[in-house]
Design a protein around this ligand. Sequence first.
Ligand SMILES: [Zn+2]
Length: 291
Amino acid sequence: MRWGEMRGSGNVEDRESAGPAGGFGGGLKLGGVGLIAVLAISWFLGLNPLDVLMSLQGEDSSSVPTQSAPPGSSAPGARDETKEFIARVLGDTEDTWSTIFKEMGHEYRPPKLVLFRGAVDSACGLASSAVGPFYCASDGRVYLDRSFLEDLSKRFGAPGEFARAYVIAHEVGHHVQNQLGIMEKVAQRRGGTSEARSHALSVLVELQADCFAGVWGHSAKRRNLLDPGDVEAGLAAAAAIGDDRLQQQSRGRVAPESFTHGSSAQRVRWFRAGLDSGDVSQCNTFETARP
Ligand SMILES: [Zn+2]
């Protein structure tokens, strides 16, 4: 992937240097609201809340030998390649979506991307890096712990820069949904509906974000910014982070009723739909009989 030719975005907000519990001011204090947030996030992802709490506390600065500096800012003036990669991919999504929005007669207002370590406070509550990257519609920000990108290759066997870019483009896809008013409509539909139906709606939101990530991929491909094998790596990432695959890895069984992102096959299919067409109208997961 020729990311060095992409424009770097100025919308990366670095909260990594704020320390492992960035924004909490040193030691981790989990108040009532924070605890509820952890429990809610754990339930949402089917994780054991204790694991999440442990991973939060494990990052507590008091239990970690004093580091001279967090990774990425170790040597002043040294090039932080991961951060540069993130900024350039984000910048490229900004250019792509600005063009597409203009064609639709809208103006694209790009999201901020918050880089954090360990845990972060957002308008959507407290989150540990165990939840993976996420988008908070209330503050219009993408939250990303760089270790997730690094883990992607280690844990899911999905190496390749394009696989990492896909993760960023997926979160940006949620921002696009927010800008297009789709999230608001979904929230309205969700009101008064059953829990099962609400879950199904979440899956459709996720699959559409995958399709939007594909739309960005289509644009990058057309501008000759992809190398042979990049698309395959992106598809492998889509498959690797399907709910069925993640559940199998974490609990050894698959429970479709708790899927929040869709199965591996669904994720690959919708990413492909965006990638092949480059057309937002091909991403209507809500009007498809069998997503
Ligand atoms: Zn998502």
